[in-house]
Design a protein around this ligand. Sequence first.
Ligand SMILES: [Zn+2]
Ligand SMILES: [Zn+2]
Length: 298
Amino acid sequence: MHGRHPSAQVAQYDDTYCLIDCGEGTQSRLRAAGIRPFKINLILISHLHGDHVFGLPGLLSSFSHLQRTEELTVYGPVGIKGLLDEIRKYTELKINYPFQVIENDPKGLQPMWSKGNLEIFTFPLNHRIKCNGYLLKEKIPLFRLRKEIVESMKLAPALIHLLQTGQNIIVNGKMIENRELTYGEELPLSYAYCSDTQYDKRIIPWIKNVSVLYHETTFRNELLETAVITGHSTAGDAGRIANEVGASCLLTGHYSSRYKDVVDIIREAGEHFPHVLESIEGKKYNLRLLGRHSGGES
Ligand SMILES: [Zn+2]
Ligand SMILES: [Zn+2]
């Protein structure tokens, strides 16, 4: 495995913590990343291969042991309900908190969940078994703050929210125009999760102009045939999709365990698309910065 773990990511937007896939070891990886597991209020499972779901029963069980009270919703492909029902039956797994499982079998881009300024869509990927991709997207684009000025003013969160939504504010009885404190409106931030899948042009209109595209790059280009047979993508496939989608940034991942490092994968994807990044385990990425092509990370 060359030190790499199965798939699991956390996408955070305001108070939404969304765990995307839950391979074995996710609990310990969450701890290592300093993410409090109770904060996770949504779990999105792409498909039922073990490297994406074997960590889920353990996580659900731990939530009960730790006396979670917060609501939790798991979304996944058809079959996930049956899988969890059987595990609960045979292992006496108890779930003592508000919990629901919702199955999706999308035929195209399908709205799935919404709260505040965040909306989540699901769409089909092209894998050996039913597999769902996810698109997390801001409903309303936010205005980009002139950070240093805004921070020096120590504004209340409500005033910052007004600025981010394009409004003027009043401080100490004096009106300050929005353009003095922001750079204007940005494109709506969006993040697409596409793993596991082979190269499939159908997804292009569904994730057009996405800010950050996570697309699997299991194989180098020389294993194209293996990629097609196993329902996975090469580095070149992901680079082409990122280019055709008009993404701002491509985050690669789901690397085959045969590769000790992924330098060649990044290079091969980069032959088709200029902004390619390696997914580094445990690392936090600021999607807003990545979506501006600046390559910024935090
Ligand atoms: Zn798979
Ligand atoms: Zn996989």
